[in-house]
Design a protein around this ligand. Structure first.
Ligand code: PLP
Length: 331
């Protein structure tokens, strides 16, 4: 079957579609409305990571940030949504928690289907959802669980976790995870210690260990020098410095950092190396960020995939029969 397609006065493209696929099992025939059956199942799945977090429609924080971060670390991400938020780069306007029964159903459906290499927990919204996640961790023992105990957004007055939920995190969830990554306000709430410098960060980290955490990273992005403090149960307190990156686009930094730690742990790194690599990744993602709206933009979690567009654009070369122009015209 031959076609002649007039694109414009100067260009004419000849193409032909095969009358039927060469191989009925593997061929794709667009003219028959068929579905591709090209996957021969020889591709190995990468580590599968689960994020349990909220949905941010501007996709700078929450599950969208986590999924981009997982992808940037060659991991496949699945997500259970704890809340729908209404927000943009200008801040969180409202929070709509997922009913606990539906959060539980999402989690059980996923765990029944795929093998989870690591779990990242972010926004939980309320005590009920924090309790569901705690039960879930008790039921299925995961090798690596990273908890970002987020309760307040940088922009906006809405709570990402209610006070009862925060207390539940402090009293129950905290001791069930591999590592907890509070920022300074979160560390202050959880420990009751006023954190204003490196020494008080260390004191808060040690207090969290005394409270039952296995490992803690207190992130110091709020300080002039973005120093992070790592403390592992039975280990030394370590500090990791870094230069402050001057960028207004830091929305989702905490989510991205904790997701990157989860990806590194799932990929075989020890905690200390995972933290160092995650910090380097977040720093670069802030450096490579760009504004997308009127407020603080997101990090660029996908900076590793950036390619300078060649003159003819970035695309895959169409395979046989996929595109009219991919077959030479039969003259
Ligand atoms: N929205 C959701 C769903 C989040 O999970 C978070 C942080 O964890 C935020 C908003 C706030 O992000 P940030 O404080 O980095 O702007």
């Amino acid at each position: 079957m031959k076609f002649l397609l007039a694109r414009d006065a100067a260009t004419r493209v000849h193409f032909s579609l095969p009358a039927r696929p060469k191989n009925e099992r593997t061929g794709f025939c667009a003219s028959r409305g068929g579905h591709a059956v090209l996957n021969n199942h020889t591709n190995h799945a990468p580590p599968i990571l689960l994020t349990i977090a909220g949905f941010d429609p501007s996709c700078g924080a929450g599950v969208a940030a986590d999924l981009k971060t997982f992808a940037a670390h060659n991991c496949y991400g699945v997500a259970a949504i704890t809340a729908l938020t209404v927000q943009s780069t200008q801040g969180v306007k409202s929070v709509h928690p997922t009913p606990a029964v539906q959060l539980r159903a999402q989690l059980e459906e996923l765990v029944d289907d795929v093998t989870i290499a690591a779990v990242k927990i972010g926004m939980l919204a309320n005590r009920g959802n924090a309790a569901v996640v705690t039960e879930f961790l008790d039921k299925h023992k995961f090798a690596h669980v990273v908890l970002d105990p987020v309760f307040r957004p940088t922009a906006g007055n809405e709570e990402l976790l209610d006070t009862a939920g925060l207390k539940f995190v402090r009293d129950e969830l905290l001791k069930r995870v591999t590592v907890i990554t509070p920022n300074i306000p979160e560390a202050e709430f959880l420990t009751g210690i006023e954190v204003k410098d490196l020494n008080s960060m260390k004191a808060a980290a040690q207090k969290l260990i005394e409270m039952g955490a296995k490992a803690v990273v207190v992130t110091g992005g709020h300080l002039d020098k973005p120093i992070d403090v790592l403390c592992e149960a039975g280990g030394e307190v370590e500090t990791f410095g870094g230069d402050h990156v001057k960028s207004p686009n830091t929305h989702g930094s905490g989510c991205t950092f904790s997701a990157a730690i989860a990806a590194q742990l799932a990929s075989g790194q020890q905690l200390r190396e995972a933290v160092i690599l995650a910090k380097a990744y977040v720093t670069k993602a802030i450096e490579k960020s760009y504004a997308i709206g009127k407020g603080a933009g997101p990090l660029n979690q996908l900076y590793r995939f950036h390619q300078e567009a060649p003159a003819r654009g970035i695309h895959e070369v169409p395979q046989h029969g996929m595109h009219p122009a991919s077959e030479p015209a039969a003259h």
